[in-house]
Write a protein that binds this ligand. Structure first.
Ligand SMILES: Cc1ncc(COP(=O)(O)O)c(C=O)c1O
Length: 356
């Protein structure tokens, strides 16, 4: 079986976890501090605030940016549910913009038309590890005085021009086990803004500024030192793993390039796509339906998944009337194939053979 995703844990991580367990300090201690500093440095920002999931990171990033009831947040409908759930958790209204079918990301040319006097923020999602057009998004944000909260939960190490994602607005990352690096469960907020830093630190710990001094409503979103110890080691390997993912993607795309009706991922020259997912589109001209392709992959023992089968506005609690054409089409065409760093050339040939 060629799995779709698998965390890569070596003796190094295991040894570091053992040290934490032996130390007796299991939650938010020195290791969390080390991990925050390392991850912030890696992203080229001043502050990193570790939390216990990407969802927590998004939630705190929204609140720290003062997004609340009555505000509108512009985002993509083609993402994981946490993107929109956290906007709702902050009390705001998600406003969806259609995606670009080449990048799978929010279509930046369509953002301006939905900006109203209630719009407070744009939340671009760097889907599958592919950076959004941050130049245009930051221009719009500056022109309309909007906050930018980057959902970089799938894009550790991805770059737009010379900058890492998560360094443009307030950045948020997830370290769930299937991600390009993991801490078990976990997340982090990245920022250059001292006020956002201070606010997120309070919010992740019950609004506590100093011991038993609670300044606002807060949460328990702390990361464990166990997770942070894993994260410190994983971060050191991230660039190597990302390069392997890129190499694998290049090989797979070259093997599939002449297959009629299969559209392989496109990478813009101004970006570094880190291939959290390698997602193809199965179009009508392929001659087999997407369901038939899934059956063939399953029969060949090749992991696969549909990210995402439905636009986020389909879910009743989200509250959005309307349909967006490109998103509707793409939801019916995508399949993600294995691309993780542990694949051999042989594995990649086996995957391609299903389509040839
Ligand atoms: C785009 C996106 N946003 C947010 C999240 C939430 O992260 P977590 O599962 O760590 O809460 C994920 C996780 O899969 C994600 O893919």
């Amino acid at each position: 079986m060629i799995s779709l995703a698998r965390p890569l844990i070596s003796d190094e991580e295991k040894n570091e976890v053992k040290k934490v367990l032996d130390s007796g300090i299991l939650a938010q201690g020195e290791k969390v501090k080390n991990f925050e500093e390392d991850f912030a440095n890696y992203c080229g920002v001043k502050y990193g605030i570790a939390v216990n999931s990407g969802t927590a990171a998004l939630h705190l990033a929204l609140i720290a940016n003062k997004i609340s009831k009555g505000d509108e947040v512009i985002t993509t409908p083609f993402s994981f549910i946490a993107t929109v759930n956290t906007i709702k958790m902050a009390g705001a209204k998600p406003v969806f913009v259609d995606i670009n079918e080449d990048t799978f990301n929010i279509d930046e040319t369509k953002i301006e038309e939905v900006i109203t006097d209630k719009t407070k923020a744009i939340m671009p999602v760097h889907l599958y590890g592919n950076p959004c057009n941050m130049k245009e998004i930051m221009n719009l944000a500056n022109n309309y005085d909007l906050k930018v909260i980057e959902d970089a939960c799938q894009a550790h190490g991805a770059m737009y021009n010379d900058s890492k994602v998560g360094s443009f607005g307030t950045g948020t990352f997830s370290f769930y086990p299937t991600k390009n690096m993991t801490t078990g469960e976990g997340g982090i907020i990245t920022t250059n803004d001292p006020d956002i830093n201070e606010m997120c630190r309070k919010l992740r710990q019950h609004g506590m500024a100093q011991r038993y001094s609670y300044e606002c409503l807060g949460y328990n979103y702390r990361m464990t030192d166990i997770g942070a110890a894993i994260g410190v080691i994983q971060l050191k390997k991230l660039d190597f793993w990302n390069e392997k993912r890129i190499e694998n993607a290049n090989l797979l795309s070259s093997l599939l390039k002449d297959v009629n009706g299969i559209i392989t991922p496109k990478v813009d020259s101004s970006t570094k796509h880190v291939f959290h997912q390698y997602t193809i589109r199965v179009t009508n001209s392929f001659g087999k339906t997407r369901d038939e392709v899934i059956n063939l992959l399953n029969d060949a023992g090749i992991g696969n998944a549909i990210f995402y089968p439905r636009p986020l506005y389909y879910y009743s609690h989200v509250g959005f009337n309307g349909k967006l054409e490109v998103t509707e089409k793409v939801c019916n065409e995508v399949i993600s194939l294995p691309i993780h760093p542990n694949l051999s050339e042989d594995d990649l040939h086996r995957i391609a053979e299903v389509f040839i």
